[in-house]
Design a protein around this ligand. Structure first.
Ligand SMILES: [Zn+2]
Length: 267
């Protein structure tokens, strides 16, 4: 169970990282060109065809389309899927190092800002002369401020996105771990009950306690045996009550689970 949850989180981190890589390879392309990075949908740099939702899935869309634009069949630079994979891996590594902590969130934001700043600088060197002139004209027509505001808006959106994604995954793992702890408590209780029931009526007496540990949680098991009735003249209901109680601490809270069964004497 836990291994599946872990694989699920790692998958989420990789997807988040590759989505991030996809968005910021777009940002580093558009920012030096003073183009909007929030409102305008992605387009093919060759034929300028707007990309549909399925064309935007990181890595997969590149593989499915055989590395070519769906519309003009022009080859798409390997840079895009490589950036997506790299960022997926980077996010995974961050997760391995920091776990689900505030540090993970901070390192992702810092990485994002550095990525955009350095990436935009590098990408601005790859602009054609025509594009450079266009940018100069844009600067003269005082559209400069728009770009800064958009960068800030994009970073705010990205921050909210990473924060909410982390909160969702964190809550689901918390819930998952809580359920695992509960499931283990039930297993411990059932096996203690099975042990008690394997004894005969006469062997069953008094109480016993023991502890077992699993996943850093200590389960305290108490098996209580009490007589339900032994003063029945027909002697048909000589019955003992077996009660198994499992107590454990999880995240500073104490929980318990109780199983109750009756065992009668064979006459
Ligand atoms: Zn195209």
């Amino acid at each position: 169970m836990e291994i599946y949850i872990n694989i699920f989180i790692m998958f989420c981190m990789f997807v988040m990282g590759s989505l991030f890589g996809s968005f910021f390879s777009l940002a580093t392309y558009r920012i030096p060109r003073h183009q909007d990075i929030v409102k305008t949908r992605s387009y093919c740099p060759n034929c300028k065809h707007r990309l549909e939702f399925f064309d935007l899935i990181p890595i997969l869309s590149f593989i499915i389309r055989g590395g070519k634009c769906k519309y003009c069949k022009e080859k798409i630079s390997l840079r895009y899927p490589l950036l997506e994979i790299t960022n997926g891996v980077v996010f995974l590594v961050f997760y391995f190092i920091f776990g689900y902590t505030l540090n993970l969130f901070l390192i992702c934001i810092t990485y994002a800002i550095l990525f955009v700043l350095i990436g935009s600088r590098l990408m601005s060197k790859k602009m054609t002369d025509e594009e450079k002139i266009e940018v100069q004209e844009l600067k003269l027509s005082s559209k400069k401020g728009v770009f800064v505001i958009e960068l800030v808006v994009a970073l705010i959106i990205f921050t909210v996105y990473v924060a909410s994604a982390l909160i969702i995954v964190r809550n689901s793992t918390k819930k998952g771990a809580e359920l695992i702890a509960r499931g283990n408590a039930i297993t411990v209780a059932v096996s203690a009950m099975e042990q008690a029931l394997s004894k005969t009526y006469d062997e069953l007496y008094s109480s016993s306690s023991s502890s077992t540990g699993s996943n850093n949680i200590i389960y305290d098991v108490t098996t209580d045996v009490t007589k339900y009735s032994d003063i029945d003249l027909t002697k048909k209901d000589l019955v003992k009550i077996i009660q198994v109680n499992v107590k454990y601490m999880y995240n500073g809270n104490s929980y318990d689970f109780t199983l109750k069964t009756l065992k009668g004497k064979e006459i």
